[in-house]
Design a protein around this ligand. Structure first.
Ligand SMILES: Nc1nc2c(ncn2[C@@H]2O[C@H](COP(=O)(O)OP(=O)(O)OP(=O)(O)O)[C@@H](O)[C@H]2O)c(=O)[nH]1
Length: 451
């Protein structure tokens, strides 16, 4: 028994131990299961994509300055920022995991990257091979050189003035039979072309004299004399140079005046192009503060050829103050020439003339005015001449720009205006194109009219 008990004893003891082990195993399994569930639960929760707060735009985009209008800031440079399109930089890395990769240059222009704002990171353009920078977008136009423009544009003058030339040559085609009716016809044609009474009489008288001296004349001979007499009237001896080079240690100052609609602002823009083509440093002054859009128009003209514009952001600002600032800036920046656009319209004529005189006086506190160009619309004929006289009383006109000569058969206005004002036509506008302004060449003009 004892043995049995003894025998049984250990068996009983072993059984309890087994039970204890079973309980322990079950407990362990339950505990592990609970831990597993907890971990799974936590994982499941944390495994979901965390909603990120809205991303800030990449620093490059956020901090990049807004593209400024081409407005001159006297304290900084007179040149506009011509680097548009040339400073394209790689966008910031799309993901922190990729930061170790070498920086690449974005194939896209910087502007586009900036415009995307916060989404730029996710939509970063595919990097391109780190290669030489892509060619920059040409943002500055290269204006046509002034030389040869008259030749290019003379066909436009010929087209509109061919009636005058054809009429004159037709009148003389009879050769020797030059009776009074022929001379009257010639006079009518010249007067119709706005040559003016004085110049017309002079030309006809001179031709009559030559015919009288020679006894008779062939149509070819008459054509040659007509050419010579017209050229004499247009006067190739006048100095038609534009004062656009530095005078000593200051820039040349060019003031542009004229009635609104004659093409003044357009002419200032075109003139800037002519001068840029001649490697001049130009600064524009938008002193036409009467018409709100005039400064924008001028600024756009300038920006096309990399020329800055001094302007006021305030509509109706004092034009004299703008002109003063422009000339001062031109001096500070040591440009070659400052061109000032002025208003052509005010509530009344006296007001306009007073304003122009004031602009002139105020500019002269900074610098003498080297050139004062009057812009005249060739299509307005005698009416334009009356306007010219009014301007000539307010400011000292040194030259005339005759615009829209492409659209008129009245080319004789060139002679008339020079005679009435005693100043040369220096430039002619022969179209709406940016480079359709040419230095006036008397011979090319007469050739275009008669050929
Ligand atoms: N056909 C032709 N059109 C021209 C010429 N010059 C200027 N124009 C046009 O004339 C119109 C008036 O030009 P603007 O420069 O705005 O005239 P503006 O004298 O400055 O006018 P305001 O600013 O109102 O004083 C524009 O449509 C020009 O394109 C030219 O030589 N030929």
């Amino acid at each position: 028994m004892t043995r049995g008990r003894h025998d049984v004893g250990p068996v009983c003891h072993d059984g309890r131990v087994d039970q204890l082990w079973e309980i322990l195993v079950v407990l362990t399994v339950v505990l592990l299961g609970a831990v597993g569930l907890a971990v799974a639960f936590l994982r499941g929760k944390g495994g979901k994509t965390k909603e990120l707060p809205p991303q800030e735009p990449p620093p490059a985009a956020k901090d990049a300055p807004q593209r400024k209008a081409n407005t001159y800031t006297p304290s900084s440079t007179a040149k506009i920022d011509t680097s548009k399109g040339s400073t394209a930089t790689a966008p910031p890395p799309a993901d922190t995991d990729e930061r170790d990769e070498p920086p690449v240059r974005s194939a896209e222009p910087k502007e586009k990257v900036e415009n995307r704002g916060g989404t730029a990171v996710e939509e970063a353009p595919a990097p391109v091979e780190p290669a030489p920078a892509p060619p920059t977008e040409p943002s500055i136009e290269e204006p046509e050189s002034a030389r040869g423009r008259m030749t290019r544009l003379s066909s436009r003058m010929a087209a509109s003035n061919s009636a005058m030339g054809k009429g004159l040559l037709g009148a003389f085609s009879g050769g020797g039979k030059l009776d009074e009716s022929v001379w009257e016809e010639v006079e009518d044609i010249l007067l119709g072309a706005d040559l003016g009474v004085e110049a017309t009489t002079e030309l006809v008288d001179n031709l009559k004299k030559r015919v009288k001296t020679e006894g008779s004349a062939s149509p070819e001979q008459l054509e040659m004399w007509l050419h010579e007499e017209l050229l004499k009237l247009v006067d190739p001896t006048m100095d038609r140079r534009i004062a656009a080079s530095r005078v000593g240690d200051r820039p040349a100052v060019v003031m542009v005046v004229g009635v609104n609609g004659t093409g003044k602002t357009t002419t200032v823009g075109k003139l800037a192009r002519v001068l840029v083509a001649e490697d001049k440093e130009v600064l524009l002054g938008a002193a036409d503060t009467f018409r709100a859009a005039a400064a924008d128009q001028l600024e756009t003209w300038g920006a096309r050829v990399g020329v800055a514009t001094v302007r006021s952001e305030k509509e109706g600002a004092d034009p004299a103050a703008v002109a003063f600032d422009a000339v001062k800036a031109g001096k500070d920046e040591e440009v070659d020439v400052v061109i000032i656009d002025t208003a052509g319209r005010l509530h009344n004529k006296v007001g306009l003339m007073d304003e122009l005189s004031k602009v002139k006086r105020v500019i002269e506190k900074q610098s003498p005015i080297d050139e004062c160009l009057l812009v005249l619309d060739a299509t307005t004929g005698q009416n334009g001449m009356r306007q010219a006289q009014v301007f000539a009383q307010a400011v000292n006109i040194t030259g005339v720009v005759l615009t829209k000569l492409d659209g008129t058969a009245k080319g004789g206005i060139v002679v008339l205006v020079q005679r009435e004002l005693g100043v040369p036509v220096k430039l002619v506008g022969l179209g709406e194109g940016a480079d359709d302004l040419a230095p006036f060449d008397p011979k090319a003009f007469v050739d275009a009219v008669l050929d």
